[in-house]
Every structure is written in structure tokens, then in C-alpha cells.
Design a protein around this ligand. Structure first.
Ligand code: VG1
Ligand code: CO
Length: 543
């Protein structure tokens, strides 16, 4: 095996977004593209000499090839050990756990998460730091800087590693440990939840459908839910990870998990339906005839977490991303614990979790998690729901109704406008920013603006400031609209409009969501002159 130092030149646009670097797969397959980014990552962390890493991905097209490249580059950079999931598979939360469990110097997660996979779809790379969490902004900035000045990358001339064989292999002096992707993760789940209670729930006839969407959670859900917890065979559907996710869009929401939604709204619905995304960090929960919005799910999990062993001592605090509804704030207030509002993206929760300020975090985009890892965790959320249902012995719908009776209901919906020309999307955001200071007091239709600003986050732990994190407009009467541009897309811009309306305590919780949001939707679209700026008001996707 020989060390190879390959000359290279910087490639434009290797700036990590909300969650790592995401590009079209063919872009990543261009010679030098992946190599430059990986070398820049090693450079940004002070080199790989003597370090240990975790590597794995969601099984999408190019996953295995990229892993071989990273293994050789890790050896070329002097790493001492890399832990890899068998066949290159590791869910994002499982990778986060392995980093923490083995106290490695970080890990590479290969995924474009909920984006479709395949040679003509998307690929992505994320570096997680030694706390198991996504690289914070100061590190992604260093990585990006390094991509701009790179002159060479280091690799070795060696045979590919057999990723199918569990055990130890070597690349020169570097140890490669191929591990079962599920074992350690399942072990962690077992310490958090009352598996006996959940097992008894299934034994009592409780039924479930878990849609793994042909993505990474298949093996995890099959082993844990059908295996250890004894749910009926066939509970997990689409459970084998495929390179193209069966041509699907592995995003667990009512649009992309439509067959699960249809089942749950039918008269032969099981007791609970759940789904997860490409890399296993998101979750969708739906009861019989009752879809649970992610913002409500976060609030309900936080309010009931004490029913699971790991959280029986209570929560330190709750954090949510800014566009997530205020439902979880109401829970924090009632519990008398801290609540935090962070920018979109899990990397902003890391400091709060590390400092012990919060126990549970969540995002409106179907991400929920706790301090057990430093990523959102789809299966964790599903297991916490099961644990809660096993203790409360109520249906999902009853738990949700009870929550709304106690706290009021935050009607919530997100509108996505995809593939908007970048200039138009920038013009819309720019136009909004320009009028922020004059909005307060203005009436739009039935609503009056109470306040308007652009969200800046002041991290209470390290004092760092993250600006331009989205425009938020609050209205009198408990409505809010948020506007921001997606940081995970690979084509054009995606404009996200987030809408919410609080029912008030004791208010009407029975309305149709879109009816309840019609006034704030109309006001938001008028304020940003949506029709004039991007030529449409009807979104591509409503969740
Ligand atoms: C989206 C979601 C955000 C989430 C991110 C990564 O980002 O809105 O809440 O953290 O995806 O999730 P954006 O910038 O497109 O709005 V995942 O499961 O794709 O890693
Ligand atoms: Co994901």
C-alpha cells in the first residue's frame, strides 16, 4: 500500500448547507469532487493523524463507492481507525451514537436525507464532530475555507475493503472495524424505554405499520419493532434499503408517505402509523384517522416524556427551531423549564444539549430527538410514542385531543415553493426585509401585524451569533408567518412559508387546518407580494 498525494484545484460551491454538502449525485461522482471536500474536512479539523472516525450512510446510490474513497483518504491522512457500518449502512442517529460510544474524533455520514437518491438524484456528505453532532457553523466555515485553497489530497493505493464482512480489516496501519449497524443503537434504545411495557402492548393486540420508505431505518425497525418488541411480521413495510429508495422521495410526510396516510385514514387502519426518512433521523406519526403534526408531536413527547424510564426525572429544557410552532413552548412553561428557539438545522441544538440546558429538541420538519445522541432520531421518536401509549393506554387521537384541551391547539402548516429561480426567491426575501420596519400596525385582510423581524440567534452557550435565519411576522390574535429559503436543495431555490394560528386556551380545536390558517396565509402572501415576485401562490408541497 502506497501513500499518494494527488494535486488538485479548488472547486466552487462546496459550502455545507443546513445539513452538510448536498449536490446532484453526478456532481459528487466527478473526479476530485468528493476527494476535495473530504480533504478540506480533514484540513479543517487539523488533519487526520492518529485520529479515529465513524463512516456510514443511508445506502443510496454511490454510498459504497464514496465510503471506499473516504477509507483510503482516512488512511492517507494517517487515521488510526475507522468504524464502518456493515455494507456501508448507518442511520444518522446510529452514526451519532457510534461516535459518542467509541469516543471517536468524529464521523462522516453519507446522505442527502429526505432528498431522492440515484445517479440522477441527490447525494450528500455530512461531517459530525466528536460530540456526535453536525459540524457547528464555525467548523463548516473552516471546511468551506479549506475547499477554496486546497492544492492536494492524500489517499492510498489499495484494494477496496469488503464492507460485507463484520470484523477487523486493515488499510496499511489503519484499522477498519466493520460493525453491525443496528446492535449498538438497539442497545441504547433499550436503556431509554420500557421495552417490556411496549412488548406487552403489542402482545395485547396493538397494531402498527412502520413505513421505512425503502431507506435506512428498515433494518433498525425490523430488528427492534418486529424482533425485540414482538410486533407482528409485516409491521415494517418497504424495509430493505434501496439505492434509489424504490424511486420514491424518502420524506415522511402526508404527501410522500401517501400510502401510509391512506391506510391510516381507512377503516382498516392499525393503531399507529409511522415512517422515517432516507437517513433515519425524521419521523412521522399518525394515529387512526389522526395525523400528528411534527410541532404537536414534539410538544406531546415533551409533555409525556416522564412516562419513559430515561426521562422519569423530568426534562432540563426544550428547544425548537424558530419555524416550529409554539406548542412546545407552552409545555416548557407549564413544566417550569427553559425553552429555546434556534435556527433551522440540528447543528444549533448541539451546544444546548452539551451544556445540559435541554433534554428534548425538535423541528417542524419531522425531526425530534433528545440528549441520547446529537442528531434527531426518527426511531427514537416512534419508540417514545409507543412507550407513552403503553403507559397511558389511550389511542393516539385521544392523547392528541387531551393535549389540545390542556394547552390549546397550534394549527400549523408549511407551504413549499420548489425550484423558484434564485433571483426571484432573493427578490422576495429582499423585498420582505426592506419593509420589516414598517409592518407593525399594518392590517392585511382580517389580521394586524404585531411585530416583524429577521431572526438572529445568539447562542447562549458560546455567544456566537447566526444572522439572517428567516423572516418572522407575528399577528395580533396568535397567528404567525415565517419565510425562509431552504438550505438542503440541489436545484433552484425552495421558498418555505410556515403558517401557524393558536386556538387560544379553551378555543376551537376542531377546525380544518387549512381553514384555520386561511387568514394568515392570505396576509402572508400579500405582504411578500408573492404572486408578483414568483408568479404563483399555490405551493408544490403542503405539509
Ligand atoms: C430541512 C428542514 C430542517 C432540517 C434539514 C435537514 O432544511 O427544514 O428542519 O433540519 O432539512 O434535515 P431546509 O434548509 O431545507 O429547510 V434532513 O432529515 O434532510 O438531514
Ligand atoms: Co434526514
Amino acid at each position: 500500500m502506497t501513500l499518494k498525494i494527488i494535486p488538485t484545484t479548488p472547486i466552487d460551491g462546496q459550502m455545507p448547507g443546513t445539513s452538510g454538502l448536498r449536490k446532484k449525485t453526478r456532481v459528487f461522482m466527478t473526479p476530485g469532487y468528493l476527494e476535495n471536500f473530504i480533504q478540506a474536512t480533514f484540513d479543517a479539523i487539523g488533519g487526520g493523524q492518529g485520529k479515529r472516525f465513524v463512516v456510514g450512510g443511508d445506502g443510496r446510490y454511490f454510498n459504497k463507492q464514496a465510503i471506499q474513497t473516504i477509507l483510503k483518504m482516512a488512511a492517507g491522512n494517517g487515521a488510526s481507525e475507522v468504524i464502518v457500518g456493515q455494507n456501508g449502512i448507518l442511520s444518522t442517529p446510529a452514526a451519532s451514537h457510534l461516535i459518542r460510544l467509541n469516543k471517536t474524533d468524529g464521523g462522516f455520514i453519507l446522505s442527502a436525507s429526505h432528498n431522492p437518491g440515484g445517479i440522477d438524484e441527490d447525494f450528500g456528505v455530512k461531517f459530525n464532530a466528536e460530540n456526535g453532532g453536525p459540524a457547528p457553523e464555525n467548523l463548516t466555515a473552516k471546511m468551506f475555507e479549506a475547499t477554496k485553497s486546497i492544492t492536494e489530497y492524500r489517499t492510498v493505493d489499495a484494494q477496496d475493503i469488503d464492507l460485507a464482512s463484520i470484523g477487523t480489516a486493515h488499510l496499511g496501519d489503519m484499522k477498519v472495524q466493520i460493525v453491525d449497524p443496528v446492535t449498538d443503537y438497539e442497545g441504547l434504545m433499550e436503556t431509554l424505554f420500557d421495552f417490556n411495557a411496549i412488548r406487552a402492548l403489542f402482545q395485547g393486540g396493538f397494531t402498527m405499520q412502520f413505513d421505512a420508505m425503502h431507506a435506512v431505518t428498515g433494518p433498525y425497525a425490523t430488528a427492534i419493532i418486529e424482533g425485540t418488541l414482538g410486533a407482528a411480521k409485516g409491521t415494517v413495510v418497504n424495509g430493505t434499503p434501496l439505492e434509489d429508495f424504490g424511486n420514491g422521495h424518502p420524506d415522511p410526510n402526508p404527501i410522500w408517505a401517501k400510502s401510509l396516510m391512506d391506510l391510516m385514514m381507512s377503516d382498516h387502519a392499525p393503531d399507529i402509523g409511522a415512517a422515517s426518512d432516507g437517513d433515519g433521523d425524521r419521523n412521522m406519526i399518525v394515529g387512526r384517522g389522526a395525523y400528528v403534526t411534527p410541532s404537536d408531536s414534539l410538544a406531546i413527547l415533551a409533555a409525556n416524556a416522564h412516562l419513559a424510564p430515561a426521562y422519569s426525572g423530568g426534562l432540563a429544557g426544550i428547544a425548537r427551531s424558530m419555524p416550529t410552532s409554539a406548542a412546545s413552548d407552552r409545555v416548557a412553561e407549564k413544566l417550569g423549564i427553559g425553552s429555546y428557539e434556534t435556527p433551522t438545522g440540528w447543528k444549533f441544538f448541539g451546544n444546548l444539549l452539551d451544556a445540559g440546558k435541554v433534554t428534548i429538541c425538535g423541528e417542524e420538519s419531522a425531526g425530534t430527538g433528545s440528549d441520547h445522541v446529537r442528531e434527531k432520531d426518527g426511531l427514537w421518536a416512534v419508540l417514545l410514542w409507543l412507550n407513552i401509549l403503553a403507559v397511558r393506554k389511550q389511542s393516539v387521537a385521544d392523547v392528541v385531543q387531551d393535549h389540545w384541551q390542556t394547552y390549546g391547539r397550534d394549527y400549523y402548516s408549511r407551504f413549499d415553493y420548489e425550484d423558484v429561480p434564485t433571483e426571484q426567491a432573493d427578490a422576495l426575501m429582499g423585498g420582505l426585509r426592506a419593509k420589516l420596519s414598517e409592518l407593525a400596525g399594518q392590517s392585511h385582510g382580517a389580521l394586524t401585524v404585531a411585530s416583524a423581524d429577521e431572526f438572529s440567534y445568539h447562542d447562549p452557550v458560546d455567544g456566537s451569533v447566526s444572522k439572517n435565519q428567516g423572516v418572522r411576522i407575528a399577528f395580533e390574535g396568535g397567528a404567525r408567518a415565517v419565510f425562509r429559503l431552504s438550505g438542503t436543495g440541489t436545484q433552484g431555490a425552495t421558498l418555505r412559508l410556515y403558517l401557524e394560528q393558536f386556538s387560544g386556551l379553551g378555543g376551537d380545536v376542531t377546525q380544518d387546518t387549512q381553514d384555520a390558517l386561511a387568514q394568515v396565509r392570505d396576509a402572508a402572501q400579500a405582504i411578500c407580494a408573492m404572486q408578483d415576485t414568483i408568479g404563483r401562490t399555490t405551493p408544490d408541497v403542503i405539509t
